[in-house]
Design a protein around this ligand. Structure first.
Ligand code: SF4
Length: 156
């Protein structure tokens, strides 16, 4: 792993240099209205401890895990912020799928949060086809598989 790190993997991109002068307000609004995917980091907590994990000490922006969870209140604010963009004339993607994804840590440790988001979004009137997806280590999959199949979740 250390050899791979020496070759420049796990390091940060200098976004200031990379995107300088290429992004303005109209560009951001258009991107929001045509967003392809919204990913919620449900929690930084995990029931595994993989060496290569993006939260691991090998990365330059390593940040110790705090076992924190995203609240439905905060997720709802983001969704409510996006809905007017989806329903505006800037949206040119009404026929394409918009994915709401759940990521971690291990997202299934925050199953109630996932259920709240799915339930809330399913009741909204949005000018996009919405699908759900998840990145999971599968340790808790057996417990929740019926719900995930019922809601037509895609694996990531
Ligand atoms: S399962 Fe994923 S989130 Fe958990 S420690 Fe491994 S790589 Fe990290």
């Amino acid at each position: 792993m250390l050899l791979v790190k020496k070759q420049g993997y796990f390091s940060d991109i200098d976004t200031k240099t990379k995107f300088s002068g290429r992004i303005d307000e109209d560009f951001v609004k258009y991107q929001l209205a045509n967003l392809k995917q919204l990913t919620f980091e449900v929690t930084d907590k995990c029931n595994l401890n993989c060496t290569y994990c993006a939260y691991g000490h090998l990365y330059g922006d390593y940040d110790q895990r705090k076992s924190s969870f995203l609240s439905f209140y905060d997720a709802k604010k983001i969704i409510d912020f996006l809905v007017p963009y989806f329903n505006s004339e800037l949206n040119k993607s009404s026929s394409s799928t918009f994915y709401i994804s759940f990521y971690g840590g291990e997202p299934l440790l925050g199953f109630n949060f996932i259920k709240q988001v799915v339930s809330y979004v399913s009741k909204l009137r949005i000018n996009r086809t919405i699908k759900f997806s998840m990145t999971t280590n599968a340790l808790l999959l057996e417990k929740y598989i019926d719900y995930l199949v019922e809601q037509d979740f895609n694996p990531n």
